[in-house]
Design a protein around this ligand. Structure first.
Ligand SMILES: NC(=O)c1ccc[n+]([C@@H]2O[C@H](COP(=O)([O-])OP(=O)(O)OC[C@H]3O[C@@H](n4cnc5c(N)ncnc54)[C@H](OP(=O)(O)O)[C@@H]3O)[C@@H](O)[C@H]2O)c1
Length: 327
């Protein structure tokens, strides 16, 4: 087996990324608590220093695009080393609620704004963040295809697609190089249809929530008191019986990580990027020590015995109530 430390190719492009990417949503502080700009800039720098070359942002990461701006501020001087992904097709309304808008004119405007915020001439990977029910997928794809042809982006991707026909419609107009669904040890719905479709079409799969929004890092205790601003408590998996069952699951993982001299977060991430068809895990972080910890998962290849022990714990945990959220 090749080392997961090796760079992995995005689709059929000449872009190569580390299997651990830094997810740049938590640094906006919109749903995470205790986020400061100084910590966020330091976290971005720590990610690059730890060997991560892949950074995942979006037009809506920050009410004023703060995530993209901080990537430029912290890492602009290292631009040539980085593969920067960002996304279009979502906007903040005046009520600070997200709304979908993937009309071609919106995509063109958002791309230009993201290029300015990132202080770059080209976006490496540009995703449609989510399909817009009021705009045919082929029209959104057409606008992204134009950006490819104009050299404003290097590769196109999709995110939060749930229907195979949407993938087909997009791909017929604009080649999909990467998909971005959620996926982790306990939320594996994509294994049914979407992951096989991507594998069959040579599409890379960059997964969000590898740590299940931090839960699989194992640092939230059973009696954790949620801060009212912490967005995680709205997910069914973080409350009631599900919370207890998932803590029981973590207790089964702890010895597997400990026997290898690793942490739970590293086990969750190393397992994720070792699954067939998964190209990269997008690991959110808001402090340097968090991203250093997850980056260190890149050099751990789980043995067959470790994989089997994780599989047993997953099977015993049973199905998890899941609900995707777009961030
Ligand atoms: N396409 C989409 O619609 C979509 C949706 C969601 C996410 N994403 C992308 O995927 C990325 C990952 O998702 P995410 O950030 O929501 O979730 P995640 O990576 O599963 O979890 C990130 C959170 O886990 C905690 N954490 C991280 N490393 C840790 C460590 N070593 N020890 C303990 N806790 C640790 C931190 O939260 P605390 O410190 O607060 O516990 C951090 O904010 C995002 O940043 C974004 O780039 C995309």
């Amino acid at each position: 087996m090749t080392s997961t430390n090796n760079l992995r190719r995005i689709g059929q492009t000449d872009l190569f990324v580390t299997p651990v990417a830094m997810g740049c949503w938590p640094i906006t502080g919109i749903t995470s608590v205790n986020v400061t700009k100084a910590d966020s800039l330091a976290t971005l720098q720590a990610a690059a220093d730890a060997g991560i070359n892949f950074f995942d942002s979006a037009y809506i990461y920050g009410y004023e695009g703060e995530s993209e701006r901080m990537i430029a501020e912290a890492l602009g001087h290292r631009r040539s080393e980085l593969v920067i992904a960002t996304k279009c097709g979502l906007e903040w309304g005046p009520d600070k609620k997200q709304r979908r808008d993937a009309r071609p004119e919106t995509i063109r405007r958002q791309c230009d704004e993201s290029l300015q915020r990132l202080k770059t001439d080209v976006i490496d990977l540009y995703y449609l963040h989510a399909p817009d029910p009021d705009t045919p997928v082929a029209e959104s794809a057409g606008a992204i295809r134009e950006l490819l042809d104009a050299g404003k982006i290097r590769a196109a991707g999709v995110s939060n697609f749930t229907q195979i026909e949407h993938y087909e419609q997009f791909h017929a107009v604009c080649p999909i190089s990467a998909d971005q669904p959620h996926y982790n040890m306990l939320q594996r719905e994509i294994e049914q249809e979407r992951l096989p479709w991507c594998r069959a079409h040579g599409v890379s799969v960059m997964v969000y929530w590898p740590l299940m929004k931090g839960f699989l890092a194992g640092k939230l205790t059973r009696d954790h008191q949620w801060d009212p601003k912490d967005g995680r408590q709205k997910y069914p998996v973080f409350v009631g019986e599900e919370w207890t069952k998932t803590h029981d699951f973590l207790d089964k993982l702890r010895p597997i990580a400990a026997n290898a001299g690793r942490t739970l977060a590293q086990l969750a991430v190393a397992w994720t990027v070792q699954q067939p068809g998964i190209t990269a895990a997008l690991c959110g972080a808001k402090r340097p020590e968090q991203i250093r910890e997850t980056a260190a998962a890149m050099d751990w290849i789980l043995s067959d015995a470790e994989l089997a022990a994780v599989r047993k714990a997953i099977d015993e945990r049973g199905e998890v109530l899941s609900r995707a959220a777009v961030t």
